[in-house]
Structures are given as structure tokens and as C-alpha cells.
Write a new protein. Structure first.
Length: 129
């Protein structure tokens, strides 16, 4: 499978250009109850910022679900915005960019949740900075 940005002429693209690029877009995302995304943010719905022009090719969504990926965040039209891999310590992929949230003083809740997960898994012999 190819990515449309790196191999735009490939026959089959897993990641393809969006029909409407989301550069500079801000919009709502609805999280699946009980998902890592929902637990990380502490909300059922959030407004997120985007700076992208690519997304998942919908032809592969069912195959990805069959192989364990869960799509746990969608825009109001049902387009995928978040993917998770259950059983992994912290596999959370978003089409939006959490680092664009807020004014830079507080990390996005997903960034904080990731840092917490990393800290919880760190080796006991590793010194803290």
C-alpha cells in the first residue's frame, strides 16, 4: 500500500488525498464511549484543529477493522478522525493535530495521556530527567 503524498501515482493508496483538504480547518470530533480517545480527552466531543490534506481510503476501513484497528473518532458526517489499536499500550492515531490545540501553555489531553502512558512503562532503572 502506498501513501498519496509519497507515491501519488501508485495504483492503490491506503492514504489518499482528501476530497476537501483540512488545511487550517477546525471542526468537531465525536469520540466512541470508552475508547482510549474518549478516556484520554475526558469528553465525548471535542473541537480539533487540522493541517492535513490526506486521510484513509474508505475502501480499506473494513479490512483494517477485521485486523484489529478501531475507528473511535469521527466528524459529524461520519468521516474517520481517530484510530486505535486495542491491546497496545498506547496506539492512538488522529487526523487532527493535538499539538495545534490551545495557546501552547497546556498540552492537549491526548499528549498528556501519551506522556503518562510512557512514564508508566518506563524501565525502573532509567533515571528521570
Amino acid at each position: 500500500m502506498a501513501h498519496g503524498e509519497n507515491a501519488p501515482d501508485a495504483g492503490e493508496l491506503l492514504i489518499e488525498p482528501l476530497a476537501c483538504a483540512l488545511h487550517g480547518h477546525e471542526g468537531p470530533v465525536v469520540f466512541t464511549a470508552g475508547s482510549l480517545a474518549q478516556r484520554s480527552t475526558g469528553v465525548d466531543r471535542s473541537t480539533e484543529r487540522y493541517q492535513c490534506g490526506y486521510g484513509l481510503n474508505p475502501r480499506y476501513l473494513a479490512t483494517l477493522v477485521e485486523h484489529g484497528i478501531r475507528f473511535t473518532g469521527h466528524d459529524p458526517q461520519g468521516q474517520v478522525r481517530v484510530a486505535e489499536l486495542p491491546g497496545h499500550p498506547f496506539f492512538l492515531a488522529t487526523l487532527f493535530q493535538p499539538e495545534l490545540a490551545g495557546d501552547g501553555d497546556e498540552p492537549h489531553p491526548m499528549v498528556r495521556a501519551f506522556a503518562t502512558a510512557v512514564a508508566a512503562r518506563r524501565s525502573p532503572g532509567v533515571a528521570r530527567a
